[in-house]
Design a protein around this ligand. Sequence first.
Ligand code: GLV
Length: 318
Amino acid sequence: MKKILITRKLIKSSEEYAASIFDVKLNKEDRVLTKDEVISQSNDCDGILTSLTEKLDADTISKLSGKIKIISNFAVGVGNIDLDAAKKRNIVVTNTPDVLTDATAEIAILVLLGAARRAKEGMEWTKKNWKWSADFLMGKQLTGSRLGILGMGRIGRAVADRARSFGMRIHYYNRSRLDKNLEKDAIYHKSFESLLSVSDFFSINCPATKETRHIINNKTIKHFPDGAIISNSARGDMIDDDAMVEALKNGKIFSLGLDVYNGEPNIHPEYLTLPNVFVLPHLGSATIKTRTAMGDLAINNVDEFFKTGKCVNCVNLN
Ligand code: GLV
């Protein structure tokens, strides 16, 4: 029986499933393990099932036991793992696509709406001093507005589908133009700046890579229409926080909705104090249905790999 370190607590049924096919080392307290603990606790294991809270950088991967053949990430994003370092050691890295698309697209719309309709201020007023007046907490309406989507993969397209039902016109920028059946009525922009210039609303749904790091910065923010609304439900890396805070303060950006941010859990302090930032703690896939499916898929990825030597959800060796 192969031995697997599961770095964080999973839904109970997934842990039971894992224990039925592997010898599992569980993290009963669900404490975030340090890099050294990941290395030492996985020393006698054949694989590791990681979560986005563990940073498997090149140094950590170089110190893993030679027995480790697979790192199965309990997430679709794999920015927490140095894929090249894993490849150099011939360690397969897998992720959990598809099963979390709908839940994550729902959160993308939630943070977009939360920012646009001033949900944070509204909640604070409700707690302090309920009030109503004709011009109180005026937000911006999605209906009839243009939504720019950065990254039209599975989640970006699911966000587009939901936004269409709000009567939004979809524009997008992607590594390449989509086929007509996937693009539907969305308008492709060859240049990122061109997309920004039409984005009354803007949703970040691309992977975190070297190319997308701080793609929203002092220079690119200038291209947005004045008073644009931005949401990020992908990874914090895409936003230069200092530039964003400045734009939120001077009104260039009306409001920001975040489910993710740089350095989680250490949020930029001004995101907590600015009234026009609506933040959630990385809840994208947090439904029982989705987290169960993700756990099972992360386990199945390991199983498939040990049975066949391959895995359809491998992201670094194909
Ligand atoms: C969540 O953020 C994921 O990448 O699965």
